[in-house]
Design a protein around this ligand. Sequence first.
Ligand code: PLP
Ligand code: LYS
Length: 432
Amino acid sequence: MTGSGVWPATARERPDGDVSVGGVRLTAVAQRFGTPAHVLDEEDVRRRCRAFRRAFPDGEVAYAGKAFLCRAMARWIAEEGLSLDVCSAGELAVARAARFPGERMLMHGNAKTPEDLRAALDHGVDRIVVDSFHEIARLAALAPDTARPRLLVRVTPGVDGRTHAAVTTGTDGQKFGLSLASGAAAEAVRRILAQRRLDLVGLHCHLGSQITDVDAFERAARRMVAFLARIRDEHGVVPPRLDLGGGFGVGYRDGEPGLDPATLGDRLRGAVREACAGHRLPAPLLTVEPGRAIVARAGVTVYRVVSVKHAPDGRLLVAVDGGMSDNPRPGLYGARYEARLVGRRCLGGDRAAAVVGRHCEAGDVLVGDARLPADVRPGDLLAVPCTGAYHHSMASNYNLVPRPPVLAVRDGGVRPLVRRETFDDLLTRDVG
Ligand SMILES: Cc1ncc(COP(=O)(O)O)c(C=O)c1O
Ligand SMILES: N[C@@H](CCCC[NH3+])C(=O)O
């Protein structure tokens, strides 16, 4: 397990079949906090922050809070010297509650509401990434007399990152960004430069999520630099910032490819440097926005087995006490995971098994092709690794199941970051 790509950095297998993370046994977590539970390895998060900072030594690394955000996470990010990308007034409220510095924040969103924009302006968010002509007009109207909002234009560069269609955002015809090919991005630049109340500080692009093809990021970088050169030629100004977004893929199962931050940093910085030299442009201040690559592998979800059935094809159907409400990714993207027994040794051989959830849908399958001990039984604990990103942040209350807690582990201690929801939580919002 140590050194395996999908478990947190501090995960260790114990001789008795238990697994510890951050020096804390998962059986002890389950006993004290119940199941399902999301366990987050603080050390793993911090190490990945540092790896990204080393990979972009003269650039900015902005953690994408949509992957997972709570006050503690915002504090870790701040302490590690990263910036923060928020995409709603809600994420901004959490960042503010953690006293995350406004000058290291940027706001995204294809449909930021006036409330989102006002919150960003009121709270000194350093940059807003503009995603439509309407937003430019709205910001010009909202801008205070005292400070010009600093804007990036989100450009759709026409580069396909070859990932799942639902998270592909670098090509024309999807909802994000302003197209380079159609001239919409150039028109957005013109409109912002024509507004004395607004300050164009750079360009942004984001190809999508869970991308493992570095060439695609390099192609996008070259197109963005060429666009900076066109802006210079047309307007005589060079916006100083270039934000190449996030989307850096991770392996969810042992042996699957993921992007190494050092290689990514070398190649992206090299592509930008060469393209700038070719266009005789000064090097821009580079930003990248990793979300998943920072927090995915820090997370492990612990479930308890509720029942076991035998399918006609010989597979075990192992039902657990969570499911698509704490992990919607298999249903949404066909995402595939590993699962393992924790807390006792496997006595006989293993069997093909599907780990299925508790929800009222046949498609609620967490791991369709697991291998589990032939004697797996109710009461056993299963752990699913690589669940730190887009799990708790995308969790729902389907079937009115309360959302699980997020528990930070470090140096042998465990600390709740987000408590488990209760039936009272569900009932207090039901005001009819
Ligand atoms: C603008 C923007 N930046 C960064 C991210 C983070 O993506 P990931 O978690 O794949 O790194 C996203 C989500 O895809 C995004 O929309
Ligand atoms: N929710 C997606 C990623 C979306 C990225 C947000 N822009 C996933 O789990 O893969």
